[in-house]
Write a protein that binds this ligand. Structure first.
Ligand code: NAI
Ligand code: 15L
Length: 264
């Protein structure tokens, strides 16, 4: 990997990547709409709004691979999602096409499939069932990735990330948790793979309780090292047992599925 672009570099996963991928590429270009720490060795820092097409075309020049994390990461008003997640993702793919970028990691989300029940085991072929407008933007991103591969040969791994934080924050995350360490090893596996085409997979650690089977992890040769089990006793002592009639417990997307329309 010579030149890697990370969008959303100022956010939670962006900071994890900035630290965890130091030295992985000759140059890492870090971009966000918000100010970031100044560039260190082998880094470039470029503040850019993903909804500004001309700026994004410039941002993607002289780049081999992109980790696309930038955008709104929770449920939000449609007009905001429209700019950051819909226009932003289109602009990024156009930049990639025009500038010959070979491969993208698209940060999709479990909220693209969040209206499946927890009792249904999913795989990469399962139907998209978004649980929020935010989830709809992730389905759109996956479709954009598929289209840009089929028509223009820009490869993407769309990773339906579960919950990537230092540790699980509630009982649901015992199933959806992904450790930062596993996230970084997955980023390397994605860009080290000889070919990917467009593939969909789940970003989840080796938790005992999981709702997703992940054949494409094997294809990439990626094996998660961590498991949420180390946090189970603490989480179960902190949070009361779940009510199995609660929609936030029935559906994989949890609170995203249970909440009403954001703008009502
Ligand atoms: P975050 O909200 O901490 O980071 C997103 C970054 O994108 C922020 O720094 C924000 O300033 C930037 N951004 C927002 N609008 C922008 C725009 N118009 N132009 C440029 N930059 C913009 O989110 P986090 O947790 O780091 O997630 C990163 C990505 O991974 C997001 O796309 C999110 O949807 C996805 N994801 C994250 C999960 C997690 O567990 N952290 C789970 C599933 C998906
Ligand atoms: C996501 O897509 C969000 O970006 C993140 O903040 C968490 O809410 C995560 O899903 C989750 O489902 O835990």
């Amino acid at each position: 990997m010579k030149r890697l672009l990370i969008t959303g570099a100022g956010g939670n996963l962006g900071k994890i990547c900035r630290e965890g991928l130091k030295g992985y590429a000759n140059v890492i270009r870090l971009s966000d709409i918000s100010p970031m720490d100044p560039a260190g060795p082998n880094e470039e820092v470029v503040q850019c709004d993903l909804s500004d097409r001309a700026a994004v075309i410039d941002l993607t020049k002289d780049i081999d691979g992109i980790i696309h994390l930038g955008g709104i990461s929770i449920e939000a008003a449609f007009d905001d999602l429209l700019q950051a997640n819909l226009a932003g993702t289109y602009n990024l793919y156009e930049g990639a096409r025009q500038n010959g970028v070979k491969r993208i990691m698209f940060a999709s989300s479990n909220h693209a499939i969040g209206f499946h029940k927890r009792t249904t085991k999913l795989d990469d072929t399962s139907e998209q069932r978004p649980d929020s407008l935010y989830g709809v933007t992730k389905c759109y991103g996956e479709a954009m990735a598929s289209y840009y591969f089929d028509k223009f040969d820009v490869e993407t791994v769309s990773v339906r990330i579960g919950s990537c934080f230092e540790k699980p924050k509630d009982r649901r995350m015992l199933s959806t948790w992904m450790s930062p360490r596993d996230f970084i090893s997955l980023m390397k596996a994605i860009f080290n793979a000889p070919m990917t085409g467009h593939l969909v997979m789940y970003g989840v650690s080796d938790n005992t309780s999981k709702w997703w089977s992940n054949d494409h992890a094997d294809f990439l040769g990626w094996k998660p090292q961590d498991s949420s089990e180390q946090f189970r006793a603490e989480i179960e002592a902190t949070f009361p047992p779940e009510d199995r009639h609660d929609p936030a417990v029935i559906y994989q997307g949890g609170g995203f599925a249970a909440k009403g329309h954001f703008e009502d």
